[in-house]
Design a protein around this ligand. Structure first.
Ligand code: DGJ
Length: 732
């Protein structure tokens, strides 16, 4: 009892020491996040929105907020609203950012402000670091906010450390918690499954908690892409309205929770999914959460996407400012059925098309158990002698002789039980003791929490690179999720598995990036099962979906375009769907173009069309990859999709219009262009035409002011089912 009275007195004294309020401003060019340490020592979020002119605005605002939620009226619940990093165990009745149990079994935490500082990283970037600690237990939490000024992006993460005698148990460990007070809230989520990734769905949030999460362990975005839009007061619009676009940069299980409370306040928490993942934290060890990345836009989704694209190019994606390789892939044409002759013939096809690289897909490895289908060979990363007698080195030489680069597919985190790897190292596999092995695509997941397995996965890439100089590209696949997962290596700490696996994967990728800094790699997970900004630090691009039917693809690419730039979204022209080669290619050109077709089966005019389209793409890819993207007509609103890219100097633009499944004779309106300079004059020319085809845009070749194009517009869409129009817009 005495001890408790002492603690209470001590806590009161400490709170007194905090009597001074402190305001912390985290600003970008047009947004601001304002935090305030109250007189009671607690840290609150007082504002998130458009940047205000001068500090007096924030002072007034924080007084206003103080009235509503930082009041010391003796009601503890009022003191806890809008806490920057709410804890569990004392008075908080809502979602907590952190929940711990101490050594003595006490399940509470209360964090008070200790200090803060803002460091300038470079002319565009600052990092604000805020230290908080519990006044009774030696637990410290540090909040980090990195603000990217020009791109209007904030990256937020948290560090947790303690100095108790033995480990404490962490049950929740959010990256961030943000608060909103609007009249109404609309959430757009991006969900789906294999072959239907990134479907956009907008719903109004109602009282209670909506959770978007993954429990798949690996390939975690198969059902949910870890991104969202939150629109305040009204439904999300493309060019107006207040929007938060957020994403969690974590490749394991993630959780985004949206809790609308009794006072109509919304709190959004983000982070690793704590589901089945309580974490025992050793004294002195720092637990670092992944980053939550967000942008605030008061010009709708379009501006939010442009902010993210710009940031991704500069900071978010490996080599974001470097060019990408166009390619011919063999997966859809050959599947596992190929030999040296077939492949070397395809090198010639690669050259004929005019793309940069041939990408050899699944099926090239395994000797004791050759990879002749998906049931064997995974894990044995040596070329199959019966299929490729002269090895990969020979293929590279032949590709180079033909004048194309050579890329290769791997799936190094996985193993078929029918493999030499499995025979040698059955303990390297995730599988439950006392229960049968559980297969998905006839394979099992390797235990990347085990450093020996990490070495093996690193060596898979390293060996291919060392023995075959000239490998120019990797496609890194991942075709199953974790089920029946148990790590022999982690022994009694099974609840660390989801986290340690993901960290193990990052360790391997760090080693690869350090040793091969210029090696481009495509992130793939049985379609778009891995699409997050943590892995994209190591990968130059990602495979959006195995669904390459161009009609479906318009929706999938539209979804990903909200959060990821065009240069990172790989789109291939394949035999999926029976639409024209023009429609297929024009759809793929909206992102990073590739082909996965039998070039020999193309008719002469189709081949000519592809060659011209590749040449156009090469000329225009700097605009498509790094220009500003404007989405003008959404396929969710009309039976067509229209978007354009404009370069930074507003001197070059490309417009894509895709007609989907309209009713008979659709009366499409003129489409107003966006992003141009009203005072400049532009020539508008329709490109990507089949040799015999008439132009859809009657005015092709004519010139207009930017003003005209943006205020009046042109009739850019064809009225025919599954057809497309591509316009090149050039300043004259
Ligand atoms: C799934 C990928 O999404 C495909 O592109 C292909 O690489 C196969 N795996 C190969 O097994």
């Amino acid at each position: 009892m005495k001890k408790i009275i002492f603690l209470l007195m001590f806590t009161a004294l400490v709170y007194k020491a905090h009597a001074q309020e402190k305001q912390i401003q985290i600003e970008t060019q047009s947004s601001a996040l304002i935090l305030k340490a109250g007189k009671n020592g607690l840290l609150y979020q007082t504002y998130l929105g458009a940047k205000l002119n001068g500090n007096s605005g924030y002072d007034a605002l924080s007084k206003e907020n103080t009235k509503s939620f930082v009041i010391n009226d003796g009601n503890p619940l009022n003191n806890l609203r809008h806490l920057a990093y709410p804890t569990y165990g004392t008075d908080n009745l809502f979602e907590s950012a952190i929940r711990v149990t101490h050594n003595d079994g006490n399940p509470s935490l209360e964090l008070t402000y200790v200090s803060h500082r803002t460091e300038k990283i470079d002319d565009n970037t600052t990092e604000t670091i805020i230290k908080l600690k519990d006044q009774v237990y030696p637990v410290e939490v540090t909040l980090h906010y990195k603000a990217f000024y020009n791109e209007n992006i904030v990256e937020q993460w948290t560090e947790i450390v303690h100095h108790e005698k033995k480990p404490i148990m962490l049950y929740n460990y959010a990256s961030s918690m943000l608060h909103f007070d609007a009249d109404r809230y609309w959430l757009t989520q991006f969900h789906g499954d294999w072959a239907k990734e990134a479907r956009m769905l907008e719903t109004e949030l109602t009282s209670g908690t909506k959770v978007i999460d993954s429990k798949l362990g690996v390939r975690t975005n198969m059902y949910q892409t870890p991104v969202f839009f939150l629109s305040l007061n009204a439904k999300a619009e493309e060019n107006s309205g207040e929007i938060i676009a957020g994403t969690i940069a974590w490749s394991g299980n993630f959780k985004l929770a949206f809790e609308l409370d009794n006072k109509n306040s919304l709190r959004i928490s983000s982070g690793i999914n704590p589901f089945a993942s309580e974490y025992s934290l050793e004294p002195g060890k720092i637990f670092t959460t992944p980053s939550f990345i967000y942008t605030f836009s008061n010009k709708g989704k379009g501006q939010a996407s442009r902010n993210l694209h710009k940031w991704a190019g500069k900071y978010g994606i490996k080599d974001g400012e470097k060019p990408r390789l166009t390619l011919l892939n063999n997966w859809e044409t050959t599947f596992f059925n190929f030999d040296e002759k077939k492949l070397t013939d395809m090198f010639a096809d690669t050259k004929t098309l005019g793309v940069d690289m041939f990408l050899l897909d699944d099926g090239w490895f395994g000797n004791k158990y050759p990879r002749s289908g998906d049931k064997s060979g995974l894990g044995d990363w040596q070329a199959t002698k019966t299929k490729l007698p002269n090895g990969i080195g020979f293929l590279i030489q032949e590709a180079q002789k033909t004048g194309v680069k050579f890329g290769i597919w791997i799936e190094p985190e996985m193993v078929n039980p029918k493999s030499e790897l499995y025979e040698k190292h059955p303990d390297w596999v995730l599988k439950l003791p006392n229960r049968p092995e559980s297969y998905y695509r006839s394979q099992l997941v390797l235990d990347l929490s085990n450093p020996k397995v990490q070495d093996f996965v690193f060596k898979t890439v390293d060996d291919i690179m060392q023995t075959n100089s000239g490998v120019a590209f990797f496609k890194w696949d991942c075709n199953r999720m974790m089920t029946n997962a148990y790590s022999t290596y982690l022994k009694k700490q099974q609840s660390h598995l989801f986290i340690e696996y993901t960290k193990g994967l990052y360790k391997v990728l760090d080693r690869i990036k350090t040793k091969y800094p210029n090696l481009p790699m495509m992130l793939c997970a049985g379609g778009g099962g891995r699409t997050d900004y943590a892995l994209l630090k190591y990968f130059t691009e990602f495979w959006a979906s195995d669904n390459t039917d161009p009609y479906n693809r318009v929706f999938i690419q539209w979804g990903y375009s909200q959060f990821f730039p065009a240069f990172s979204i790989c789109n291939h022209v394949t035999s999926w769907g029976n639409q024209s080669i023009k429609f297929k290619t024009d759809v793929a050109m909206m992102g990073k173009l590739g082909f996965d077709i039998n070039v020999k089966e193309l008719k002469a005019n189709e081949l000519k069309y592809c060659q011209d389209a590749v040449a156009n793409y090469k000329r225009l890819s700097p605009v498509i990859w790094h220009g500003d993207m404007y989405r003008m007509v959404s396929p969710y609103d009309e039976s067509r999709a229209v978007l354009m890219y404009v370069d930074d100097t507003k001197s070059k633009a490309v417009l894509f219009s895709y007609t989907l499944h309209p009713l008979y004779d659709p009366q499409y309106n003129l489409v107003r262009f966006q992003g141009l300079d009203p005072n400049k004059k532009y020539k508008v020319e329709e490109i990507n035409l089949m040799s015999e085809a008439k132009k859809t845009l009657e005015e092709s070749g004519e010139s207009y002011t930017g003003d005209y194009l943006m205020n009046v517009g042109l009739r850019v869409s064809s009225s025919k089912v599954e057809t497309s129009v591509v316009l090149e817009i050039t300043q004259i």
